[in-house]
Write a protein that binds this ligand. Structure first.
Ligand code: ADP
Ligand code: ASP
Ligand code: MG
Length: 831
């Protein structure tokens, strides 16, 4: 402290020319007695300057005081509330100063009188409201003054109600600088104290009547004091590390902005970043004083510097939301090419003292859309209907309507100017998150693009846009239905890559639901994938797909994805509903896109309606790029003439093994026992599974085809279609002879037996056992290989062949995972 005293130029000449630094502490910094101690420490950490300390009321105090007025006006009993306020304030005083609570009881008595008056009259006018609501700041300033003095500092309190002169203006209170300057010289005098303590928020009119600077106004007080004292810097101390790229309460990954320009800060504050009152910067800009936003609870951090010029590699600095906004739409021919319409419109709103948040007009001039604060919407519509009464009657204006419950989402950044593609990225981020845009505006400074969206979408929109500009990772809310072979392996595979996807690709995959037929597991943030099996066994709740989908389709996370790893028709028939709700669906389950045509159509419409994606690469050929290749061919203008192939890993395996030395039925029995077939091998041998896959491919090349349209030659003899599996395999022995004969016949021609599906452009398609030449690509395959051959206009003499393992949990799960990454990249992630 000795050093501090030496450095402090106490009593150095006139107040106005000294090295003043303003420190403003918000309500969050002075919530209770312990906080005041911290404030004193923070101040002591900045020696060598004269300190102008501006304080807010204790956290929540202004709300409580305003609440008392409301109660009094409504005729309710305000006294218990008043007593609670006294007690809270007393507690802080007595904790810090012993029993010394200067003037508190007198103030409480005065407040009681004012409130009683308000109760009798049934209303409180402006000055009463200002006196009552400003009392919290007065108490705070007195407390801090006395407490600093008790710590041996030289301090004087300077009451802003004496010198800070404002008059109400359209955009809030307007400072009378000359009067304020003069009055401050009187109020402060040439007091040499190291600390001058000012109550924030409160002010006066030139007539002398009390006034306030509006909610959050202590920030503005600090800047005004800064300008009046010609301060070197203004530090706004609060409960966050500085200005963040979005409200950290809504976007947990919000980044700290180390430096932003005055203009950027203005836009952010205007569009709802509560960390700074929008008027704060004007005085700082006028006197070119840098403003620092800093954390009272982490004073070692540098915080955000707001000044002229900014730096940073991001074109977008921040994203904010203003809630409770209404859009007023004025529509009709009266405005086309008629000068002065806009002037009349804004004139009418001005008469009602209604401020306009945002304006947008189409270049056809057929409609103008203005956004105003929700509570002002009704009177805005009334004023406009009055103003344009003639036009409305004469039919030159069709309507003046309001739309409530909206929010304005604004992206802000100096570097956006002249940068193509920013708007596109912004709007597609909203589109991909399924969020509808009601109106758009961009200022010609190109520093801000605003979009009006539904209020319920605000939080999700904020996050979607935040990640679209790489300010935070792209986050997916994922639910996995079916965790048997494929689903289980998929979860393990995802677990293995989570960390590197987050670190390298800024992709945050949150598996928030896992379900199997009877039970499911839901998690708020994400399920711990290292122990999901145990958790599902212990704590799983009863499976309920509706509940699961609601959970995944959360308002907080921009993108929802359901992964269907079941073989259930019931689940597949819900895909369309999910897609229509805007949930992306990835499926290994074939029963959706091979269902009847009307359902297939509805899947398409649902996707279009919900702006969602449907990925089903693994429904054919497991992880092989079968569907994708087909799509690439078609999209690049090739014409697909025929697709044929071996689409069943089980049947491929059986016919690879079958060389006539052992009866076919025995091979079936062995494969069944080893688990290489479906639980009932007839599901493989009947060819239905292959037929489903062929339907999917046929539809992919544009054939409108039903499963029943295919001609399928089943390997299950008619008389064995009922009965148990054992009975079936026993019965199959009676057909070994016939199979042997087909085999010998083929071999004598130099051919091999293969179970093939084939569909050609405009044809119905066939599935069944055929003989192929030994040098045919279908002949020489291994194990459970699938092989698909595309004959197209480009690939006609030498068709394109895709071949490789077409079954097994590892490769299928890998294919599903690849679909998930493909989806992420469609949504803008850099995978
Ligand atoms: P004080 O009482 O210090 O004036 P406020 O509650 O008025 O504090 O403002 C700080 C709060 O502003 C933070 O806790 C944060 O939730 C909110 N906030 C909103 N938008 C932003 C943003 N872009 N950056 C930082 N904080 C923000
Ligand atoms: N106490 C006032 C309010 O809560 C002013 C401020 O804290 O900035 O609005
Ligand atoms: Mg504030």
């Amino acid at each position: 402290e000795a050093l501090e005293e030496q450095l402090a130029p106490a009593g150095a000449g006139s107040a106005m020319s000294s090295n003043w630094v303003v420190h403003k502490f918000g309500g969050t910094s002075v919530a209770d007695a312990g906080h005041y101690r911290r404030v004193v420490d923070v101040l002591a950490g900045a020696p060598g300057e004269r300190k102008a300390v501006v304080v807010s009321a204790m956290k929540g105090m202004t709300d409580e005081l305003l609440g008392l007025i409301d109660r009094a006006e409504a005729g309710d009993d305000y006294r218990p509330g008043l007593e609670a306020i006294r007690a809270r304030q007393w507690e802080a005083y007595s904790d810090l100063l012993g029993d010394d609570a200067p003037a508190l009881d007198d103030d409480i008595k005065d407040l009681g009188d004012l409130l009683r008056g308000a109760q009798l009259v049934g209303s409180a006018d402006g000055p009463v409201r200002d006196v009552v609501s400003g009392m919290g700041e007065i108490w705070s300033a007195r407390l801090l003054t006395r407490f600093l003095q008790s710590q041996g500092k030289t301090v004087q309190m300077v009451d802003a109600r004496q010198f800070l002169v404002v008059e109400p203006g359209e955009m809030g209170p307007v400072v009378d600088w000359d009067d304020s300057q003069e009055l401050l010289s009187e109020a402060g005098g040439d007091d040499p104290s190291e600390y001058w303590v000012f109550p924030g928020y409160v002010a006066r009119r030139s007539s002398g009547r009390p006034a306030t600077l509006g909610r959050n106004g202590s920030d503005y007080s600090a800047a005004i004091v800064g300008r009046l004292l010609e301060a070197e810097a203004i530090h706004i101390w609060t409960d966050v590390d500085g200005v963040m790229s979005a409200d950290p309460r809504l976007v947990t990954d919000a980044r700290l902005l180390s430096s932003i320009s005055y203009d950027e800060a203005l836009e952010l504050a205007y569009f709802g970043a509560k960390v700074l009152h929008p008027q704060t910067l004007a005085p700082a800009i006028q006197s070119d004083i840098p403003v620092h936003i800093r954390n009272t609870f982490a004073p070692e951090k540098k915080g955000t510097r707001i000044g002229s010029g900014s730096t940073g590699r991001f074109e977008i600095k921040g994203i904010t939301a203003v809630r409770d906004v209404a859009l007023i739409n004025v529509e009709g021919t009266a405005m086309v090419g008629v000068p002065g319409t806009a002037r009349r419109l804004f004139g009418a709103l001005k008469r009602g003292n209604i401020s306009v948040v945002m304006i947008s007009q189409a270049s056809s001039e057929h409609s103008i859309c203005v956004a105003v604060q929700g509570p002002a919407a009704r009177s805005a519509v009334e004023l406009l209907r009055e103003e344009f009464d003639d036009e409305l009657r004469g039919g030159k204006l069709q309507s003046i309507e309001q739309q409530r419950n909206l929010a304005v989402l604004a992206v802000v950044g100096d570097a956006m100017a002249g940068q193509p593609g920013v708007a596109a990225r912004y709007f597609s981020a909203l589109g991909d998150a399924g969020i509808n845009i009601h109106a758009i505006a961009q200022g010609s400074s190109e520093r801000n693009i605003s979009a009006v969206i539904h209020a319920d979408d605000a939080e999700r929109g904020l996050r979607a846009v935040h990640s679209a500009f790489y300010l935070s990772p792209q986050t997916l809310s994922v639910g996995i239905i079916g965790c048997g072979n494929v689903g289980g392996v998929l979860i393990d595979q995802i677990q293995g890559e989570l960390d590197s996807l987050l670190a390298e690709s800024q992709l945050d995959i949150r598996v928030r639901a896992i379900a199997r037929s009877r039970t499911m597991l839901l998690a708020d943030r994400s399920i711990d994938l290292s122990s999901w099996r145990e958790e599902l066994a212990d704590a799983g709740e009863e499976a309920d797909l509706d509940k699961l989908v609601d959970h995944i389709h959360d308002d907080h996370i921009p993108h929802a994805v359901l992964i269907d790893c079941t073989a259930s028709e019931e689940v597949a028939l819900r895909h369309a509903d999910w897609l229509a709700r805007g949930v992306h669906v990835i499926t290994a389950n074939k029963k959706g896109c091979s269902a009847a045509m009307p359902y297939y159509q509805s899947l398409r419409e649902a996707r279009a309606g919900g702006g969602s994606r449907y990925l089903y690469e693994t429904t054919v050929g497991a992880g092989l790029p079968v569907v994708q290749s087909l799509r690439d061919l078609r999209k690049t203008g090739d014409r697909v003439l025929c697709v044929e192939g071996i689409f069943s890993g089980t049947l491929a395996y059986l016919f690879n093994l079958y060389d006539g030395t052992r009866p076919f039925s025995e091979l079936v029995r062995e494969a069944w026992k080893k688990g290489y077939t479906e639980p009932d091998p007839r599901d493989d041998l009947s060819g239905t599974d292959v037929a489903r896959k062929l339907v999917i491919l046929a539809r992919e090349i544009g054939n409108e085809i039903e499963l029943e349209d295919l001609s399928v030659s089943s390997l299950v003899p008619e008389e064995l279609s009922g009965g148990s599996v054992e009975e079936f395999i026993d019965g199959l022995a009676a057909h070994d002879q016939a199979m042997q004969q087909r085999f010998e016949e083929a071999r004598s021609q130099g051919q091999a037996l293969r179970f093939v599906g084939r569909v050609a452009d405009g044809e119905q398609g066939v599935v069944g056992l055929t003989a192929v030449d030994q040098n045919h690509p279908f002949a020489g395959i291994d194990l459970t290989d699938n092989v698909v051959r595309y004959v197209t206009e480009r690939y006609c003499d030498n068709p394109l062949v895709v071949r490789g393992p077409g079954a097994g949990p590892e490769v299928t799960a890998g294919g599903v995972f690849a679909d998930l990454l493909r989806l992420s990249s469609m949504l803008g992630a850099q995978v």
